[in-house]
Ligand binder design. Structure first.
Ligand SMILES: O=c1ccn([C@@H]2O[C@H](COP(=O)(O)OP(=O)(O)O[C@H]3O[C@H](CO)[C@H](O)[C@H](O)[C@H]3O)[C@@H](O)[C@H]2O)c(=O)[nH]1
Length: 332
């Protein structure tokens, strides 16, 4: 085997992809980031290879695959805003399904038959059982979830027909930032709870909205399973090794198995930042299930993976380090 296998990181200039690029390099792989920079940031791929282009552009991807001969493609490039997907489903079907099919077909043409796919808890829809195991019914309630589940189906068919083996990782809530403070989340616009709360603490926003306080949860606010971005990447690394050892196509949940409520997130951020973080109550956000918590026992057992950052305070501390860096850069 090639002593330094190449791994294509589609979406490598984005939030999770940029952490993955760095982790791959630190673990003896040669990462090649591919990103159209629609939402990614060139400076998130410091010191690593970045090819700028669209994963759905077959001529472009053919040249990337020809020139790099990767062992595997990890696919983080997607549109991922649930609300936007409801208003503009075409964008989600095109960016998340059509572009991925083009990518898979180009991979087949170049003999690349290992694929790791960023899937989502949104494939389950409203859970009928919590924590949610992988064999829970998949009935997405928005186009984002539909588009991701459609790719999972396509992946099963591509394995049967073409021997392209894949692992789909259904993330719960990606959170946190690199512990050294040099990589993190930069979405424009930002819609995620933890970065928004921290933008209040750093003075970029006046208050945080709590979307619903009467949900059927212990404190009335929504419960989510926040998983550190480094733990997500570690699971990808384990999945890569599993595929390299011949594992068949499958799916795994990635979460800690612990739920944190919106109130708990805001309280933890108050403790970490020392800022009062004013909160206002707003109506529930359409399509937000009250509880999304993973049963990640399969990933633990079969990938030999366990999250290292279980503590919500640590996840928020890392995100806070990053937020202060972004704020300082803006002020400079
Ligand atoms: O200003 C805010 C923002 C969020 N929330 C609440 O905080 C929780 C977390 O919201 P996020 O927007 O941070 O995350 P989501 O659970 O909505 O989204 C996650 O799950 C989605 C699928 O369900 C997609 O996969 C998405 O990319 C991923 O971040 C939710 O209960 C939401 O209602 C607030 O109360 N106020």
């Amino acid at each position: 085997m090639d002593p330094t296998p190449t791994v294509i990181v589609a979406g490598g200039a984005g939030y999770i992809g940029s952490h993955m690029v760095r982790m791959l390099r630190e673990n003896g792989f040669r990462p090649v980031a591919v990103d159209n920079l629609a939402t990614g940031h060139r400076d998130a791929v410091r010191g690593d290879e970045l090819r700028v282009g669209d994963i759905g552009d077959r001529a472009f991807m053919a040249s990337v695959l020809r020139e790099t001969s990767p062992a595997c493609v990890m696919h983080f490039a997607a549109s991922s805003l649930v609300g936007e997907s409801v208003g503009n489903p075409g964008k989600y079907w095109r960016n998340n399904l059509v572009a991925t099919l083009n990518l898979l077909d180009t991979m087949l043409e170049h003999g690349v038959r290992q694929f790791i796919f960023s899937s989502t808890a949104a494939t389950y829809g409203n859970p009928v059982k919590v924590p949610i195991p992988e064999d829970h019914p998949t009935q997405p309630i928005n186009p984002y979830g539909h588009s991701k589940l459609a790719v999972e189906y396509a992946l099963r068919d591509y394995d049967q027909a073409h021997g392209l083996r894949s692992i789909s990782l259904r993330y719960f809530n990606a959170a946190g930032a690199h512990p050294d403070g040099t990589l993190g989340e930069r979405h424009e616009p930002e819609t995620h709870l933890i970065p928004l709360v921290l933008q209040v603490a750093s003075g970029r926003r006046a208050s945080i909205s709590r979307f619903g306080s009467q949900h059927a949860t212990p404190d009335g606010s929504c419960l989510r399973d926040y998983i550190h971005v480094q733990d997500l990447c570690a699971a990808h690394l384990a999945a890569l090794r599993k595929l390299q050892s011949g594992a068949p196509t499958t799916v795994y949940n990635l979460g800690t198995g612990a739920g944190a409520s919106v109130n708990e997130v805001i309280d933890a951020a108050r403790r970490v930042t020392g800022h009062p973080i004013p909160m206002r109550d707003d109506p529930p956000r359409a399509g937000d299930p009250p509880v999304l918590v993973a049963d990640a026992a399969r990933a633990r057992a079969e990938l030999g993976w366990a999250p290292q950052y279980q503590d919500l305070g640590t996840i928020i501390e890392h995100a806070w380090q990053w937020e202060r860096r972004v704020r300082a850069a803006q002020a400079a």
